[in-house]
Design a protein around this ligand. Structure first.
Ligand SMILES: [Zn+2]
Length: 326
């Protein structure tokens, strides 16, 4: 009996043991299941990483968008703030890029006036009578304009220098002697200085500035820069000849004036990307075109200028110095 009872107890304890084991296993299984949701963020993390990775290509694309903005920017040159807004909008998701990319866009364009001869010759609009030139300078003076040099302009666009609120640059092409006889004293009268782009083979020739006049103007704060040796159409001569025009004119002026020459004005306004590359190679930092408009920071070798000519009239002069896209 006892054995029987003992057997019975033994069977019971087996069931209890089995029940216990099942209960423990079930609990473990339930715990195991409930612990999986806690692990769920682990596989989610790569998903977040993927999102981050997805954003990176967008960052890389933005400079491309900015480049295309730049291509469009010339017509918007009179709206520097507008063109500055585009990068801001496109850059919202990625903060590290804006400061570097925005700084050039916020630089306002500046008018670079360009004249040739300041003298009398009826029917030749390249010769601006001294009285007309003086009327231009007087207008600028009475309206608070201040002349800055090309060096100042370069520093402003690319090195953080400040400029007066109403700044302009005064330039003369070809190096006519009347620049010294007429333009120089008139500009000085209003506290202005300018830049003369000389053709070095013409220095001292009849009707052109001589070495002494160039030195005197340079000492008074005027910049003397290169307009080649012989004033050729740069797109009709060989690469070697272009280099020769760029280098020799630069060396002649540096030897005469004892200062590095950094700016170049394209004869007849002719330039292309290979000519620009040669300017860079030969040590220039700026190329001045005769393209219409004010100069912006977009490209130092494609500086636009404001054409000033005989009998343009004060209204037209005023329109050009008040509107970047006149
Ligand atoms: Zn010229």
């Amino acid at each position: 009996m006892l054995r029987g009872v003992g057997d019975m107890n033994h069977v019971k304890s087996k069931y209890i043991y089995l029940f216990f084991v099942i209960t423990v296993l079930t609990t473990l299984v339930i715990l195991g299941c409930s612990s999986r949701p806690n692990e769920a963020p682990v596989p989610q993390k790569p998903t977040i990483n993927e999102e981050i990775q997805n954003q990176e290509p967008r960052e890389e694309q933005e400079p491309i968008e900015k480049e295309s903005d730049k291509d469009v920017s010339p017509p918007e040159a009179d709206n520097p703030l507008e063109s500055g807004n585009d990068p801001l909008e496109s850059l919202e998701p990625t903060q590290p890029l804006p400061p570097a990319s925005l700084s050039p866009a916020l630089k306002s364009p500046i008018p670079i006036l360009y004249y040739h001869s300041i003298d009398y010759e009826e029917g030749n609009e390249l010769r601006v009578p001294p009285e007309e030139f003086e009327a231009h300078m007087e207008h600028l003076s009475q309206n608070g304009y201040e002349s800055v040099t090309l060096d100042d302009l370069y520093q402003y666009f690319y090195a953080g220098k400040d400029l007066p609120e109403k700044a302009f640059v005064l330039t003369f092409d070809d190096g006519y002697e009347d620049n010294y006889i007429h333009a120089f004293p008139i500009a000085e009268k209003y506290g202005y200085s300018g830049t003369v782009f000389v053709v070095t083979e013409w220095i001292g020739g009849k009707g052109y500035l001589n070495r002494q006049q160039l030195l005197e103007m340079n000492q008074a704060g005027w910049q003397i820069e290169s307009h080649t040796v012989t004033h050729p159409y740069l797109d009709s001569i060989s690469t070697e000849q272009i280099k020769e025009e760029l280098l020799t004119s630069k060396e002649v002026l540096e030897e005469l004036l004892g200062k590095p020459k950094v700016a170049f004005a394209y004869p007849y306004g002719v330039y292309d990307s290979s000519i620009i590359e040669l300017c860079r190679e030969t040590g220039y930092k700026m190329g001045l075109t005769i393209d219409r408009g004010w100069a912006g920071p977009e490209d130092p070798f494609r500086m636009k200028r404001v054409y000033c000519y005989a009998q343009m009239g004060l209204d037209e002069f005023r329109r050009r110095v008040e509107n970047a896209n006149y």
